[in-house]
Design a protein around this ligand. Structure first.
Ligand code: SF4
Length: 187
């Protein structure tokens, strides 16, 4: 695939899109077909991870900063919200050297009015690091990767970018050919 220059940093909120679908990430980040976000947010940055972005709220609990995200819908079946929240925690940790790791954060879902606690386990932290690495790979592609295939293609049904992406039509034109990068979401 044709590559472009890698970006300097990956915005944290785009890790959410990447976890959902690399093609969606490419549309939103590289091509700029973004959904408008109306929250006023607090700026976060990590030089080490090359991440930048925002968090809705930072709470202080026993001297530890806890990130809190607000989402419009209900909790989904995918881990994209968890990845985003944990990436915020990694940025916060870098700003507080010597302090213990942030153990958890919260996501408040307006749709269900539930505040969900998300533990920043070693597994989730490893997923975030893998997602950042993968984001830089996808961001350097000149064209979006092919649509999702297999079981995860069910995500296309709820994807707001489907009218731009045209996943069914593209799959038909591709004749079932798969692209290993597009459908290799980090576990
Ligand atoms: S419609 Fe499917 S393949 Fe296209 S961007 Fe959305 S999730 Fe990805």
């Amino acid at each position: 695939m044709i590559q472009t220059d890698a970006p300097e940093t990956i915005p944290i909120s785009y890790l959410n899109a990447l976890e959902y679908c690399p093609r969606r990430f490419h549309y939103e980040f590289v091509q700029g077909d973004m959904v408008v976000n109306d929250f006023v947010r607090l700026y976060l940055y990590s030089e080490t991870l090359r991440l930048s972005g925002f968090t809705d709220v930072i709470e202080s609990q026993d001297g530890i900063f806890i990130p809190v995200e607000y989402k419009h819908g209900k909790q989904g079946r995918w881990f994209n919200d968890h990845i985003q929240l944990c990436a915020q925690a990694l940025c916060l940790e870098e700003r507080q050297p010597g302090k213990p790791p942030i153990p958890y954060g919260y996501i408040f879902y307006f749709g269900s009015r539930k505040r969900v606690q998300v533990h920043f386990t070693p597994e989730l932290r490893a997923k975030v690091l893998a997602a950042i690495d993968f984001a830089f790979q996808i961001a350097a592609l000149a064209a979006p990767p092919p649509p999702l295939e297999g079981k995860i293609a069910v995500r296309c049904r709820d994807c707001s970018l489907a009218p731009i992406c045209l996943p069914d039509e593209v799959r038909l034109l591709m004749g079932g050919k798969e692209d290993s990068l597009a459908n290799t979401l980090p576990d």
